[in-house]
Design a binder for this molecule. Structure first.
Ligand code: PLP
Length: 468
C-alpha cells in the first residue's frame, strides 16, 4: 500500500475526529453563514505527484474553499426547493459512505442494503399514507425519478401498440399530455427519445397552474380508445398548484392511460392533515416522483420513484441487463440493478431510514406544517407591504411574489435579487409566472423560524429602498 495512504489508514480515528470537528463548527455557525457568495475565489492546485495525506488536504480545503461554501442547508436559503439535513440524516449519509454497500440485490449480495431500501420505501409509503400497491426505488433526484417513471410509461405505451420499446426502440409517436410540467419532466422526455416538443399541452384554469379538467377530457374524448401518458403536477414549482387528482383518478375508469405524477415536494402535503386533500386520488397513479432531498431534509442526492407493483415486469423489461448472464435472470429474481437506470448504486436509503426512524411521522409532519405556516407569514407580510404583492395565493410552502411598481419590473427585480443575494442573509431565486417577473421563496428547511422570516422581510424592504 502507498505509504501515505497506509499512514491515513493507521490514523482513521483521528481523521474522523477532525471531520467531526469541522462538521460541528460548520453546523453550529450555519445561521450566520452567508447564503451566497458573489465573488468566490478558489485556490486550485494541480494534481500532486506525491499525495499530501489527509491532514494537509483538509487544511488545503479549509484555506481554499470553506469560506465559500454557502449555507444552502441553513434556515434562510429559499431558492429553488432546497431542503436541509436533519441530524439523523447526516449520520445516515456519513455511514452510507463508511459502509459503501453496492445496493443491487436483495439476495446473494451478502448485505442488507437492498432489503433496507425496500423497507424504507415501505416507510415512505406509510409517511405519505399510500397503499402498498406501490413498490419503489431510490434514485439521485426528482429529475431521475421523473425519467424512471416516464421510461416505464414509454415501455407501457409500446406494449399497448404491440411492440417492446426496450428491444425494438420507439416505433410510433407517443402521445403525452401535461399542463404545467416541471422542466425536468420535459428534459426526461428529451433523454428518452420521445422529444421535448412532443407533448400536448393541456390548458390551465384562469390564474392557476393546474389543468383545466373539462378541456382535458374534451381533448382525450376525441379518441377514447387511444392510449396516452399523462404527466400531472402534485405541486408546481412556481405556485405549488395541484392538478385535480380526484378527477384524474375518475378518468382512469374511462380511458386508457399511464398516469405519472411529479410530486417532488408537493407529495409531502400528504403528511399534513389539513393539506392532504390536495393529493386525494393519487393512490391510483401508475408512477409517482417524490424528492427526499427537498422536504424530507436528507442530504443530496436522494429521491424515490414509486411504481405500482403490477408494473414490475414492465419496469424490469425497461431496465434489465439482458446480456449479462453473470447478473442472473432479471425476470426470475428481483434486483435493483434490473429495476432502475443505474447498476451499481449507493446505499442511498440509509439517510432516509435514519431520519424516518429518528423523527417518525410526527416529526416529519411538524416540519411540513411549520414550513407552510412560515410561508403564510411571509405571504401576509408581503401583501401588507408598500412595495411587494403576491403573484399567487400561498397554497403550500412557496411564496411567489413581485414588486408593485410594474415599470421595468424585469430589470428592477434582477437588480433587487442581485443585491439581496449579495448581502448573503437570505437567498431567493427569480421566476416568470403568467408572463410576470417574480421572486420565489420556498420553505423546505426544518431549521427555519419566524425570526428568519422577519430577517427576510427587513432585508427585502431595505434592499428595495436601496435599489428602486
Ligand atoms: C416539481 C419538481 N420536479 C422535479 C424537480 C427536479 O428535482 P431535482 O433537481 O432533485 O432533480 C424539482 C426541483 O425543484 C421540482 O420542484
Amino acid at each position: 500500500m502507498n505509504a501515505i495512504l497506509q499512514n491515513d489508514l493507521n490514523n482513521i480515528s483521528a481523521i474522523l475526529e477532525s471531520v467531526k470537528d469541522l462538521s460541528n463548527t460548520y453546523l453550529e455557525n450555519i445561521q450566520g453563514r452567508a447564503t451566497s457568495k458573489s465573488n468566490a475565489e478558489f485556490k486550485l492546485s494541480a494534481l500532486p505527484q506525491t499525495g499530501l495525506g489527509y491532514v494537509a488536504t483538509q487544511q488545503l480545503f479549509e484555506e481554499g474553499f470553506l469560506d465559500n461554501i454557502v449555507a444552502s442547508s441553513g434556515p434562510r436559503y429559499w431558492g429553488f426547493v432546497t431542503g436541509g439535513t436533519t441530524p439523523a440524516a447526516i449520520a445516515g449519509d456519513w455511514l452510507a459512505a463508511v459502509f459503501d454497500q453496492n445496493t443491487q440485490s436483495e439476495k446473494g449480495n451478502g448485505d442488507v442494503s437492498a432489503k433496507l431500501e425496500l423497507h424504507t420505501i415501505k416507510l415512505l409509503l406509510q409517511l405519505f399514507e399510500l397503499p402498498e400497491v406501490f413498490m419503489g426505488a431510490f434514485v439521485t433526484g426528482a429529475t431521475m425519478s421523473n425519467f424512471t417513471g416516464l421510461a416505464v410509461a414509454r415501455q407501457w405505451y409500446g406494449k399497448q401498440k404491440g411492440y417492446d420499446v426496450a428491444i425494438e426502440g420507439i416505433k410510433s409517436s407517443i402521445k403525452i399530455y401535461t399542463a404545467v410540467p416541471h422542466s425536468s419532466a420535459i428534459k426526461s422526455l428529451a433523454m428518452l427519445g420521445i422529444g421535448s416538443s412532443n407533448v400536448i399541452m393541456i390548458p390551465t384554469l384562469p390564474e392557476r397552474e393546474c389543468m383545466d379538467t373539462k378541456a382535458f377530457e374534451y381533448m382525450i374524448s376525441e379518441h377514447p380508445q387511444e392510449p396516452f401518458i399523462l404527466i400531472a403536477s402534485g405541486g408546481t414549482v412556481n405556485t405549488v398548484d395541484f392538478d385535480d387528482m380526484q378527477f384524474i383518478a375518475s378518468l382512469k375508469r374511462k380511458y386508457h392511460f399511464w398516469w405519472h405524477i411529479d410530486a417532488a415536494f408537493g407529495g409531502f402535503a400528504a403528511c399534513a392533515p389539513a393539506y392532504k386533500n390536495l393529493l386525494k386520488g393519487w393512490e391510483l397513479a401508475d408512477s409517482i416522483t417524490v424528492d427526499n432531498h427537498k422536504w424530507l431534509n436528507v442530504p443530496y442526492d436522494s429521491a424515490v420513484i414509486f411504481t405500482r407493483k403490477e408494473h414490475a415486469m414492465l419496469q424490469v423489461q425497461t431496465f434489465q441487463n439482458s446480456n449479462a448472464p453473470y447478473l442472473g435472470d432479471p425476470l426470475q429474481n428481483f434486483t435493483y440493478l434490473n429495476y432502475v437506470p443505474e447498476n451499481s448504486r449507493r446505499f442511498r436509503a440509509l439517510p432516509a431510514w435514519f431520519t424516518l426512524m429518528a423523527y417518525g411521522k410526527d416529526g416529519h409532519r411538524q416540519i411540513v406544517e411549520h414550513n407552510i405556516s412560515l410561508a403564510q407569514q411571509l405571504g401576509e407580510a408581503l401583501e401588507n407591504s408598500s412595495y411587494f404583492k403576491l403573484a399567487a395565493p400561498v397554497r403550500l410552502n412557496t411564496v411567489c411574489f413581485t414588486i408593485k411598481d410594474t415599470n421595468n419590473a424585469k430589470e428592477k427585480i434582477a437588480t433587487l435579487l442581485n443585491e439581496l443575494n449579495k448581502r448573503g442573509k437570505v437567498f431567493m431565486t427569480p421566476t416568470v409566472y403568467k408572463s410576470q417577473f417574480c421572486i420565489r421563496a420556498a420553505f423546505v428547511n426544518y431549521r427555519t423560524t419566524t425570526e428568519d422570516v422577519q430577517i427576510a422581510i427587513t432585508e427585502l424592504k431595505e434592499v428595495y429602498e436601496l435599489t428602486k
